[in-house]
Write a protein that binds this ligand. Structure first.
Ligand SMILES: *Cc1c(COP(=O)(O)O)cnc(C)c1O
Length: 392
């Protein structure tokens, strides 16, 4: 245990683990006392290529020597390159860059409303989201988030949101009201406990939206950028969303958020309707471009799929020998072990006794988020740790 004294000058919004991390390389981080940890939190699904991936580090170092920031009053080459790369490799036509996941979701909500009101000429404003979802901490996105604990104490709440139970077929009958502008959802709920959406449920949801002119917004802030074995998870569901939000993994840890949309929807953001001073600045978009380039290299995503499938099969073995693991839910390297008791004790033991970092996804779910380029050796190491934790 560390004898760390916490600084009183930072607001007390996080329960922090009692270590200070000072160095990172690949799948490992080191603390201020020199302990080396296998980092299977990846900055909460953000350092998808591990810490300081060489191609990203190199690109950012070069960019640091030329231009840091100019605002969006001017053309920015790396921003245009990243936008082109994203649109060429998705079903979307245009991108807006901000600085975080919540900011991307704010933009998506604004874009959906403006599309309905200015392009379609109706008065639709309502955004339907789902229970146990997580969409961010700003005033609009905390209201989009279907969890009361995140909304507590922040009234008056932003109007115009309604929640339905996730993966619930019967609830689809109540999906769309007269003033519904968009349905916003995670295709696998991350913070809510790693809950993948049923494919058929998504098929039906999308069909209903398309029939009634309601936009589908996928929040791929956690599922995106290779985490689940495809660049974005919607590809595995076989439909085309109208709007997608991306953030966490998009720039290997540099703060970025992106809002991707089809052209007919994107046109609702005409000049002067939305903005962000830092959004898409040269440094972060350089990091983003190098990151996405790496992930799109031939064979890279196939390897993510292969390794994660193998790893999950091994986890099933651990589950069958353990009385404490109730369920394993996963999409690629977004993995949750649902336990029959609080997962925090396991997270703490893994860190303190086995120098391995995991994170929670709700009280009873241990979430495993390896860098998606983690090696087989590292995966085997993690399996040993998990066997020790659950099967001794
Ligand atoms: C993390 C997350 C967000 C919020 O992103 P921030 O960058 O923390 O604002 C929104 N949606 C999902 C699905 C997330 O996982």
């Amino acid at each position: 245990m560390s004898n760390l004294t916490l600084t009183p000058s930072i607001m007390d919004t996080y329960t922090r683990f009692p270590i200070t991390l000072t160095y990172g390389e690949g799948s490992y981080v080191y603390d201020s006392e020199g302990v080396k940890y296998l980092d299977y939190t990846a900055g909460i699904a953000t350092c998808n290529l591990g810490h300081r991936p060489p191609s990203v580090q190199h690109a950012v170092e070069e960019q640091l020597n030329s231009l840091w920031h100019v605002s969006n009053l001017y053309h920015i080459e790396p921003q245009e390159q990243l936008a082109k790369l994203l649109t060429e490799n998705t079903v979307f036509d245009q991108v807006f860059f901000g600085n975080s996941g919540a900011e991307a979701n704010e933009g998506a909500i604004k874009l959906a409303r403006r599309y309905q009101q200015k392009i379609k000429g109706n008065n639709r404003f309502e955004i339907v989201t789902f229970k146990q979802s997580f969409h961010g901490r700003t005033l609009a996105t905390l209201k989009a988030t279907g969890q009361e604990k995140i909304q507590d104490g922040f009234t008056p709440h932003m109007p115009g949101f309604r929640y339905l139970p996730y993966n619930n077929y019967a609830a689809l009958d109540d999906l769309i009201h007269d003033d519904t502008a968009a349905v916003m959802l995670e295709l696998t709920q991350g913070e809510g406990g790693v809950i993948p959406a049923d494919k058929q449920w998504i098929d039906q949801l999308v069909k209903r939206c398309q029939e009634s002119g309601v936009l589908v917004i996928v929040d791929e802030i956690q599922t995106g950028v290779g985490r689940t074995g495809t660049l974005y998870l919607y590809e595995q569901y076989g439909f085309e969303p109208d709007i997608l939000t991306s953030a966490k993994g998009l720039a290997s840890g540099f703060p970025i958020g992106a809002l991707l949309a089809k052209k007919d929807v994107a046109q609702a953001f005409s000049k002067g309707t939305h903005g962000s001073t830092f959004g898409g600045n040269p440094i972060v978009t350089t990091a983003g471009y190098a990151t996405v380039k790496e992930i799109l290299k031939p064979g890279f995503l196939a390897e993510v799929k292969e390794k994660s499938t193998q790893f999950i099969a091994e986890l099933q073995q651990i589950k069958s020998a353990s009385s404490h693991i109730k369920d394993i839910r996963a999409k690629g390297f977004l993995i949750g072990l649902e336990l029959d008791e609080p997962a925090i004790d396991y997270v703490n033991r893994a860190r303190e006794e086995m120098a391995t970092l995991f994170v929670l996804a709700g009280p009873n779910v241990l979430r495993i988020l390896p860098p998606i380029n983690t090696s087989e050796e590292e995966l085997n190491k993690a399996l040993c740790v998990l066997r020790d934790l659950f099967n001794q």
